[in-house]
Design a protein around this ligand. Structure first.
Ligand SMILES: Cc1cc2nc3c(=O)[nH]c(=O)nc-3n(C[C@H](O)[C@H](O)[C@H](O)COP(=O)(O)OP(=O)(O)OC[C@H]3O[C@@H](n4cnc5c(N)ncnc54)[C@H](O)[C@@H]3O)c2cc1C
Length: 306
């Protein structure tokens, strides 16, 4: 079991975590960036970021790779481990992972969130057999097919537009009577002849044999059910925070997102939270970067760095 001490440990290497680690390392603090999966988090499967980052169009993977390169060159320790617990240890904070235990004087929780599942029959059974949550990676497999996208926010519309580049028709199933997305996405969807909004409707069951061949939906007003023949189902119905390792002392909101003060410190002194894991997060990469900078600055100030 390995054990090491750092000034700052950043949990999660999505855009928030990588940006925070960059700032604390630049301030001369010994920083560890811990990531359970692939660095980059939610953006790694997004080819076209909206809005495009400063400097022009880069994919999510490129954005994350550039940041990863920067923090590595700055001297941050990058650890491929899964954080399982966080606790106070005297003047330090102890971060327990599947590979060992680390200690730091400040911790920035940037463990983000995961796309929610619909939780309907057939969804798990047809995972990778038509059920996906990655339009950019799997879209080309649905060339000239019909697919169902569930959701009515930015992600659902953005990903429906990606799928519309490949598919014969995208059925955009939304439980409301209007989308909650940014105006330009709503306009872009309206302008695509092969995206069909299905209003006031929820998905009830994924059906198929070897692969998905239809999705049963229900109109929430009339209660009437219909089946939409399709080869794929993509659900974008919001995010669930990824922070089971944080102790109860770190307060959550009703949906489980971590609550912070304006300096992004949680109820546990020395533990900061930023990005998609945080209650009140704005949802865009610009918010991720701004929050990472705020949390890093607060962690630096706590450790006597300006
Ligand atoms: C489909 C979709 C499209 C989007 N498109 C855009 C867009 O075009 N423009 C835009 O501005 N925003 C977009 N967003 C939003 C943007 O992707 C997110 O707001 C941002 O990526 C959040 O970054 P994050 O670092 O806070 O969290 P995440 O990206 O979730 O990163 C968290 C990281 O922490 C890791 N982690 C979690 N738990 C642990 C643990 N226990 N131990 C170690 N590591 C852990 C995860 O593996 C992950 O890598 C999109 C979001 C989605 C879902």
């Amino acid at each position: 079991m390995s054990a090491s001490n750092f000034d700052v440990i950043v949990i999660g290497a999505g855009i928030t975590g990588l940006t925070a680690a960059k700032h604390t390392t630049q301030q001369g603090l010994a920083t560890a960036s811990i990531e359970a999966l692939l660095f980059g988090g939610l953006v790694i499967n997004i080819n076209e970021l909206d809005p495009a980052p400063p400097g022009g169009h880069v994919s999510g993977t490129d954005l994350a790779s550039n940041l990863m390169l920067e923090i590595t060159e700055l001297g941050a320790a990058t650890l491929s481990e899964t954080v399982t617990a966080l606790a106070r240890d005297g003047d330090f904070l102890s971060v327990v992972t599947d590979a060992g235990q680390h200690r730091a004087r400040a911790v920035i929780v940037a463990s983000g969130a995961k796309l929610k599942r619909l939780g309907i029959p057939g969804e798990a059974e047809f995972e990778h057999k038509g059920v996906s949550q990655c339009a950019d990676c799997d879209g080309p497999m649905y060339k000239d097919e019909d697919v169902v996208v569930v959701g009515g926010g930015d992600s659902a519309l953005q990903e429906a537009l990606v799928l519309a580049n490949y598919c014969r028709r995208v059925h955009l199933v939304h439980r409301g009577a209007r989308f909650r997305a940014r105006r330009h996405l709503i306009d872009a969807v309206a302008a695509r002849a092969n995206i069909r909004p299905v209003w006031n409707t929820v998905a009830e069951e994924v059906l198929g044999a070897q692969m998905v061949n239809k999705v049963r939906v229900r109109n929430v007003g009339s209660g009437q059910t219909t089946e939409i023949p399709c080869a794929g189902l993509f659900a974008y119905i919001g995010l669930a925070p990824d922070c089971a390792f944080a102790p109860p002392e770190v307060k959550r909101d009703a949906d489980g997102f971590l609550v912070t003060d304006t300096s992004l410190q949680t109820a546990m002194a020395g533990v900061f939270a930023a990005g998609a894991v945080r209650s009140g997060y704005g949802g865009m990469l610009t918010d991720a970067v701004a929050e990472a900078e705020t949390a890093a600055a607060a962690a630096c100030a706590r450790l006597g760095k300006r």
